[in-house]
Design a protein around this ligand. Structure first.
Ligand SMILES: [Zn+2]
Length: 172
């Protein structure tokens, strides 16, 4: 198993235990090279989350691809790598349906970034939405501004608690 931090192939298993009522094996691993720890889940293939692309094609959900997109959106922003990593690698476990369409993933990411960092949100939105005009883009930023204003007025302007249960999108 390759280390997701430094890409070394040499990692060792610290412990294994059943997860998700026995449907998966959770393994805690440590990288021999950089000593960082990460978790892997082993589960039967038929339970793998499948993503329906816009083209209609199905492909297996890949948390590394999601993490790459999040990293690009959060580049040089004060966003914890740990938090976006947890989102990407926890995504599959938070999704009970065996299939999800790529747009639903996009909406979940937007919901996550909206609470985290406005710049990262806008960056992701611009890629995800593929705006056809500058006006449309500005409109979206203004809406974001209004939503943030409402959140602050409601006293919910604090940073999200990373230990909180991830919220599910009602758009799924
Ligand atoms: Zn490593």
């Amino acid at each position: 198993m390759r280390c997701p931090y430094c890409s070394t192939d040499d990692t060792r298993v610290i412990n294994s235990r059943p997860s998700d009522e026995g449907a998966a094996i959770r393994r805690r691993r440590e990288c021999v090279a950089c000593s960082r720890r990460f978790t892997t889940y082993e589960r039967a293939q038929f339970e793998a989350l499948m993503v329906r692309k816009r083209s209609g094609r199905l492909e297996a959900f890949n948390p590394d691809k999601l993490l790459d997109k999040l990293r690009i959106a959060c580049n040089k922003r004060p966003v914890s790598e740990k938090l976006i990593r947890e989102f990407a690698y926890g995504f599959e476990d938070e999704t009970s349906a065996p299939e999800i369409d790529s747009e639903a993933i996009g909406r979940r990411v937007l919901q996550f970034l909206q609470e985290l960092d406005a710049v990262a949100y806008i960056r992701f939105l611009s890629v995800y939405h593929d705006f056809d005009s500058v006006d449309r883009f500005i409109e979206e930023i203004q809406q974001l501004d209004e939503r943030r204003g409402e959140a602050e007025a409601a006293g919910a302007g604090d940073a999200p608690d990373p230990t909180a249960e991830p919220r599910r999108s009602d758009t799924n």
